[in-house]
Unconditional design. Structure first.
Length: 128
């Protein structure tokens, strides 16, 4: 049996019926302040996401500071990472986090073998 996901003691269904400003009460202080100040922008974003999902279009955004609210759980959003859009499926564990946390802006550095002169042993070799 899969355990039901709870966010601060509330189920997803209970959180979905709450207004965005009421949901802000369950967030940390910094995120609560952000949601309360930007509640109209968040509401516009949610309504745009739902409209695009109904139309079957991709949801794309550059707004990496958008707080994930219960209304967008289950949607697939393409988040811009500075170069391209990264497809991200919103799951319940992402609640209260920012969209940008799930679209990394830097890749993992993969180094190849060291070049000539990079180490003391290779400095003694001829450059032929």
């Amino acid at each position: 049996m899969a355990q039901e996901f709870l966010f601060r003691g509330k189920t997803i269904e209970e959180l979905k019926v709450l207004d965005i400003r009421e949901f802000a009460k369950y967030l940390t202080s910094r995120d609560k302040r952000h949601v309360l100040r930007q509640s109209s922008n968040i509401q516009k974003f949610v309504s745009r996401c739902k409209a695009k999902e109904k139309a079957g279009k991709k949801i794309r955004t550059h707004d990496r500071t958008m707080i994930i609210v219960p209304e967008i759980i289950g949607l697939t959003i393409n988040i811009h990472n500075g170069k391209e859009f990264v497809m991200t499926k919103i799951i319940p564990e992402m609640l209260g986090r920012k969209l940008g946390e799930f679209a990394m802006t830097r890749k993992k550095v993969e180094h190849s073998a060291p070049g000539i002169g990079a180490t003391r042993s290779s400095a003694a070799l001829s450059v032929k």
